[in-house]
Write a protein that binds this ligand. Sequence first.
Ligand SMILES: Cc1cc2nc3c(=O)[nH]c(=O)nc-3n(C[C@H](O)[C@H](O)[C@H](O)COP(=O)(O)O)c2cc1C
Length: 378
Amino acid sequence: MPGPFDPVAIGGLQLKNRFVRSATWEGMAGEDGSATPRLAALLRTLARGEVGLVIPGHAYVRPEGQAGPWQLGAHSDAMVPGLASLAQAIHEGGAAACCQLAHAGLRARRELTGLDPVGPSRFDASGHDRGCRVLEEGELQALAGAFGAAARRAREAGFDAVQIHAAHGFLLSQFLSAQFNLREDGYGGPLENRSRLLMEVYAAVRAAVGPGFPVLVKINSNDYLVVNKTAFHDQDMLAVCAALAGAGLDAVELSGGTPDSGKYAPVRMGIIREDREGYYRLPAKWFKERLDLPLILTGGIRSLSKVREFLDSGLCDCVGLSRPLICEPNLVRRWHEGETQPSLCKSENMCSKAARAGEGLLCKLRQVQRRAREAARG
Ligand SMILES: Cc1cc2nc3c(=O)[nH]c(=O)nc-3n(C[C@H](O)[C@H](O)[C@H](O)COP(=O)(O)O)c2cc1C
């Protein structure tokens, strides 16, 4: 069985080890979505920390799809030079680079974009008015085309792969989910219809980047929605991934939950014991039993022993890390050099608070500890 530091291929792309920096909104891009030297420096540092594949935070493919402040954009050709500086920084650090492409749909922020958020349906299955403009059937081809154009930009910029963000309650996940998608046209109703937009996005991305270029999808194993438990669940995920595999997809990153999913939101708290690590390990097992496709397992992975166990048992091919690398960008190198204590991350989610406040990604816990040590030293 492969070990954590053994190489792996995703599509034609060779990764030096099994560690992936899962896409993490850094809050470090310019107001217009352009890359900044500060963001490039962070990604270079992550790559120097020996992660095999670095995925910067989600990049919006159209202006109305922006989810958060200082978010990266891939929505216009003007973004290409900045994206190139990110790919270059990652390569200089010794990692491969993958650009995650996203549209926030009804979760986009009108106050940032100045545009109406768009979504599959105005009301969700719980009867809540989501306040978005409903996308018309005739608009969806152009939307898929925007993902394709963004993928082309990422490739031109020197990225080695692209990842379509179809998880976490963003636009493609909204279409997949019976909680948010109440449409009665060819994009709503049965799963085959709800997954139509994702399949068209995949086709547009593939057409834009060509056959040999790795295309990944990040998808929910389950939406974990309390009101509508059958919104999008494990069997749906397996069926959609099988269809994507049939269409030539190169790898899946498995996640879960939406901001509406309470304690089952994608960024779970309290991962302080080994038995809580890898919180999507069960759907990962089902995935591997059914599908012959590289799988990146993300969510609450904190210790090298669990990484070994997940790889040994064939549960996944790679592991994705987000918060542990905010806490310790050099975590993988530390493990590789034999210092194998688990990540110092306490999963308290203070890092995103700092980014929301405009400070950029920052592990508050580590900052507080450092200040306390400095104070103690006088
Ligand atoms: C501050 C922050 C920003 C995130 N931004 C993204 C993102 O841009 N795209 C994405 O797919 N997931 C994003 N995530 C989710 C992570 O990629 C990952 O799925 C989740 O945090 C669970 O992994 P972890 O336990 O290693 O943190 C973000 C997480 C955090 C904490």
